[in-house]
Design a protein around this ligand. Sequence first.
Ligand code: URA
Length: 210
Amino acid sequence: MSSKKVFVSNHPLIQHKLAILRDVNTGPKKFRALIRELSILLAYEATADLGLAPHSVQTPMGTADCARLTETIGLVPVLRAGLGMVEGIWEMMPGAEVWHIGLFRDERTLRPVQYYNKLPVAPTVQVCLILDPMLATGGTAVATVDILKRWGAQRIKYVGIIGAPEGIDRLHDAHPDVSIHLAAVDARLNDYGYIVPGLGDAGDRQFGTG
Ligand code: URA
């Protein structure tokens, strides 16, 4: 799958935390903490190719040859499940901008419909990280990338937690330039578009609304 720009982490910390996250007995407080921690770790891996420029720093002992990021970053959480992925990543990248996108699925057409988007006219960041824990059918992911590309985003990465093969294929086929970063790829979708075995509804489990 790596030829498809799909990166599934085998980092032990990520796999350990994912096991607790999936557990039906994990309550909302712990679930939110794990989403936060997993998001930091996955974003760390997803940003390994950010641009750097040389930068000299005066230390108390002399001059150090250092480097600084050259690209500006936008975090794009998809409402509502993506919200819990923002805070931890933002602490690691305090200069990032956060742009929320709200999409729901029209039950008649089964197509994603945008209900929240406050992106300004022109892009203000160079790299966008779409944050949405569950890459299920891929409909929302494709629609979010469509929105960001129409906005003019140049470089887009998808950071999720669990993906289904159907969603990964759909996102990759529609947008092969978008790298996909996940903690796991599960077996399949059920008839309601939920990932099996997955973790249930990531929004409900974060917000205690299940
Ligand atoms: N969204 C979720 O929250 N869970 C799934 O399994 C699929 C989509």
